[in-house]
Ligand binder design. Structure first.
Ligand code: IPE
Ligand code: IPE
Ligand code: MG
Length: 242
């Protein structure tokens, strides 16, 4: 009889969307939603190890988010800098290794230093890898990787390109969750999500909690990941041609 796959996803990626709407519903400025979003992220980071998740990759600021009003962009930069200065000791205690994925050249010296210090301080931690995609875009990532390979005279293959991408240290996500009731990738992990399971939550990111994460994980366990094969090949059923 076919066995249902019940393995928890090792690598979960999340598009943390809906902060602005969370704030608007409360007649608060959008940055208040982003601040609340940091609390939601802290909750989910703490929940990962006990659920067997060893890599969490989150989308915090996209290449396209520079197009938002200047006040919101600078508010987001301030929230990141403040969160880093406050949260690194806790990440240390919990064994979380934080890594930032994205372009650094157009970030301020203050933000850049915050990212570097947090990465250095947590570099030896091994309970959970937290990849924060900040100033990140999937197209940026693919173009940079291809340009680097071509400058080095390395032939472009699926393997060489995968290895040159900014998330190569973590591999591809098993599950991609997007909150905020939108059903698109918005330039997130375009290459790496080729065979990820997708899960869309109607919750706004600040409202996403452990129970919501568990609902996504439960749904994931009911999926059959076929990677192009037939169901019979995966389950070892009677019609298997494997
Ligand atoms: C996601 O929330 C956070 C960032 C993009 C920085 P939004 O700010 O996009 O929230 P909505 O989609 O406007 O509600
Ligand atoms: C995607 O959300 C980026 C992040 C969550 C950081 P957006 O809110 O920017 O995406 P669009 O503009 O609705 O596609
Ligand atoms: Mg949004």
């Amino acid at each position: 009889m076919a066995e249902q796959q019940v393995l928890a996803p090792l690598h979960v990626a999340i598009v943390m969307d809906g902060n602005g709407r969370w704030a608007s519903k409360r007649f608060l400025p959008r940055v208040a939603g982003h601040k609340q979003g940091v609390d939601a992220l802290k909750r989910i980071v703490s929940a990962c190890p006990s659920r067997g998740i060893s890599v969490l990759t989150v989308f915090a600021f996209s290449s396209e988010n520079w197009n938002r009003p200047a006040e919101e962009v600078s508010g987001l930069m301030d929230i990141l800098a403040l969160a880093l200065s406050r949260e690194v000791p806790k990440l240390q205690r919990d064994g979380v290794q934080i890594r930032f994925v994205g372009a650094r050249d157009n970030l301020s010296a203050r933000v850049k230093k915050g990212l570097e210090d947090a990465e250095k301080a947590t570099a030896d931690n091994a309970v959970l890898t937290l990849n924060v995609c900040f100033n990140y875009g999937g197209r940026w990532d693919i173009v940079c990787a291809a340009a680097r390979l071509s400058a080095a005279g390395v032939p472009i293959t699926e393997d060489s390109l995968s290895g040159a991408l900014s998330l190569a240290h973590s591999g591809d996500p098993d599950l991609v969750i997007r909150t905020g009731n939108e059903k698109r990738l918005s330039n997130f992990l375009l290459w790496q999500a080729a065979y990820s399971e997708l899960y869309f939550s109607p919750l706004l990111w600040p409202d996403f909690d452990e129970a919501a994460l568990d609902a996504a994980l439960l749904e994931y366990t009911s999926r059959e990941r076929r990677f192009g094969k037939t169901s019979e090949q995966i389950t070892g059923g009677a019609a298997s041609g494997a």
